[in-house]
Design a protein around this ligand. Sequence first.
Ligand code: S3P
Length: 436
Amino acid sequence: MNDTIIFKTQPKGKLTGSIRVTGDKSISHRSIMLGALAKGTTEVSGFLNGEDCLATIKAFRAMGVTIEGPEKGHVTLHGVGLQGLKARDADLDMGNSGTAMRLLTGLMAGQRFASTLIGDTSLSTRPMRRITRPLEQMGASITTGESGTPPLSIEGGHKLTGIHYDLPVASAQVKSAVLLAGLYAEGETSVTEPAVTRDHTERMLRGFGYEVVTDGNRMSLQGGGELTACKIDVPADISSAAFFMVGASIAKGSDLTLEHVGVNPTRTGVIDILKLMGADITLSNQKEVGGEPVADIRIRSAQLKGIQIPEALVPLAIDEFPALFVAACLAEGQTVLTGAEELRVKESDRIQVMADGLLICGADVTPTSDGIIINGGHLTAGEVDSHGDHRIAMAFSMAGLCAEGSITIHDCANVDTSFPNFIETATNSGVKVSRV
Ligand code: S3P
């Protein structure tokens, strides 16, 4: 356990008022990557000032891109064009971020120079062959560490050719790595996905004037075009909002509005799952900003019930399961999740780490190879280890609302990767959680 940052909860909070959570992580990363490679000046607002996205900014600055900010969510990128990046001798450190590493590898495969991508202890254990395999089929040369994990050394200087790739896993990161390499490839690059995954890369490429064709589950683009700078308004992150949706659902007397949340249909699985469980969630002010749908989301507390989670919703809620497991512990009846083995290769093994922590807190949970079985009941109190996983730490912060006693959560420093002011936002909305 890394004990530099410990959270402690107190029971009996309730969530009220209106809040805007931090900017969407997936969209923030992509805004830097495409803005850096566009021709002209891209203005980004609502940018997530979290460590993951700052790692992406740092990498592009290191490759010669002038980037101003982030200053109150505002970033200005002076794009260098698709061929304008400069070689960098030192390694590019992606920190804790799988998105930064996987998407950047796609882009680096198309450069004339070599690069090496490294990450922190968690990222250094995560599977990378899922991206190196298709990129090598396109002509890239990439060396991984033992067992296909980082560091990744990309030779550069190889001519890429478009391929068609059938994604073996429903992963937006793999889809995006291939499509981004496709910008540098000769001819058409296409992918088919086995289930719908987040489509921010496709939407944002179009926003930068690059044609991407989506035909059912097949996405394609032609190499050799160019990106034209644009304005990007990053909505609040539904994955960060999810903790508050669960918190407000389980804490009696809650009535909370989350403002300007991204509700791209490839991300709204958490709303669908909570509604199936009986949550009281309504959307208002629905509009589109810069190609992405947004809405205000109002959540009032409700008695949740256990459900069999439809597998089709799994990729649409992939980051929200730590929070959803907490909801299931406080629901009436049994919740069963299957088809979610991907959770085992996130920032931590989210099935095992959540199960371990929930068991400590008195829940009735049984992890399975691809999911979990949770019998709803009550939570007691306890001391849990987030294993440096931001979403585990925030999920247990919400569990504290309905636990009988206090929950102490260890190893919470990485909350800053996706939600830098989480404690303040949570406290302001009525969650009794503090740093100790
Ligand atoms: C992301 C895709 C998802 C998600 C991650 C962000 C993205 O990962 O879990 O937090 O921005 O493309 P996978 O593509 O591995 O499912």
